[in-house]
Design a protein. Structure first.
Length: 250
């Protein structure tokens, strides 16, 4: 069960939870969070981060990534990467999300992000969801990215990394506007889905994506009615075997 702290802590309280844990003997405290869980396109990205104690760990401007502007997120991201004792980012691609389901892959990504930290943390705080199978004691914290600095730092790492991925996908699939909505459901995204049908980066488990796929297929002439196509080779449609480690600092 996730611990539910007060809903609106003061900014200076962002470090209080880690301070309390250090007083109990846990020196290295990891925070873990994800980005992209609610999007209907693009990967799920999880991150973990251990911030140092004292002034070095007081990252300027640090807050829940959702509360920061894109420009500020980039600045905070650079500060976190520079100051963190260790950090990691793990991405789970769309075929894996469709094959195994969102909750299973979300927990696995958080677990993987924490488990690859080197040196290992003494304690782990996760945003919202309990994560089993870790070597250290863990605590799931409701809205952890707003009340624990290490979780907020992880949220920035995950969000900035995923936004960068979505910008790359926008260059590949400009018709969907990924650079603007980052794969989340918006009116413009829904209109593009209805017009073009989904691409390979859309999550077929989402009802709106499956509906657009079926509607687009119904409007598309069968292969026998189209011009011949040249096949350059087989394309694998199998999901990946494991999450992809995007970045890691030791």
């Amino acid at each position: 069960m996730a611990v539910r702290p007060d809903p609106a802590p003061a900014p200076e309280d962002l470090w209080a939870m880690e301070t309390s844990l250090r007083r109990r003997g846990f020196a290295a405290i990891a925070g873990a969070d994800e980005a992209g869980r609610g999007a209907c396109a693009g990967p799920l990205v999880a991150a973990a981060c251990v911030l140092p104690a004292g002034r070095r760990g007081r990252v300027p401007g640090l807050a829940d990534s959702k509360l920061l502007t894109p420009a500020t997120r980039e600045e905070v991201y650079a500060e976190v990467v520079d100051r963190a004792l260790s950090w990691s980012v793990v991405a789970i691609p769309v075929p894996e999300l469709d094959a195994r389901g969102m909750h299973v892959t979300n927990i696995e990504a958080l677990r993987r992000a924490v488990s690859v930290l080197d040196p290992e943390p003494d304690y782990a705080l996760t945003d919202g969801f309990p994560v089993s199978g870790l070597a250290q004691p863990t605590l799931a914290v409701w809205k952890g990215d707003r009340v624990a600095a290490c979780v907020a730092a992880a949220s920035v790492l995950a969000k900035v990394t995923r936004d960068r991925v979505m910008l790359e996908l926008d260059a590949r699939f400009p018709q969907y506007g990924f650079a603007v909505h980052k794969g989340y459901i918006t009116e413009a995204h829904s209109e593009a889905l209805d017009r073009h049908g989904p691409c390979t980066e859309h999550r077929m488990r989402f009802v709106n994506v499956a509906r657009a796929r079926d509607a687009h297929a119904a409007r598309t002439p069968p292969l026998s009615d189209r011009a011949p196509m040249h096949d350059d080779g087989a394309v694998s449609t199998q999901p990946t075997d494991s999450p992809v480690l995007v970045e890691q600092r030791r």
